[in-house]
Design a protein around this ligand. Structure first.
Ligand code: THU
Length: 126
């Protein structure tokens, strides 16, 4: 799957975000090496600290399905914001080379990598 399609999957997923407290919906679409795509959304809670981000929900869903190797993740937000630190660390567990597309609701997205988002990371190879 190419970048435009992966971004579209993240944007589509974002419609299902459960974000009644922040009103900041996030959708993620994670492309595994075998071609499967796993989506996630942020899921908030009345006990705010229990919120789980879209990226981590996508990763955990993928891992539960047996995926361990990933090519890329697209993250869709209103403004194209980047991944939080916790999600960067969870993504790094599965490889710094994973490509990250950060997509605003409209228009062009930016592309980086997990390693660029989390320099000098502590990871499974450390
Ligand atoms: N959020 C994500 O889903 N991913 C991130 O990387 C950053 C933040 C969510 C958490 C919360 O539901 C909302 O965005 C506002 O922080």
């Amino acid at each position: 799957m190419d970048a435009p399609d992966l971004v579209q999957r993240a944007r589509d997923a974002r419609a299902n975000a459960y974000a009644p407290y922040s009103n900041y919906g996030v959708g993620a679409a994670l492309l595994a090496d075998d071609g499967r795509v796993f989506t996630g959304v942020n899921v908030e809670n009345a006990s705010y600290g229990l919120t789980v981000c879209a990226e981590r929900n996508a990763v955990f869903t993928a891992v539960a399905a047996g995926a361990r190797s990933f090519e890329a993740i697209a993250v869709a937000t209103e403004d194209g914001a980047s991944c939080c630190g916790a999600c960067r660390q969870v993504l790094f567990e599965f490889g710094g080379d994973v490509v990250v597309h950060l997509a605003p609701a409209d228009g062009a997205w930016t592309t980086t990598t997990v390693a660029d988002l989390l320099p000098e990371a502590f990871g499974p190879g450390a």
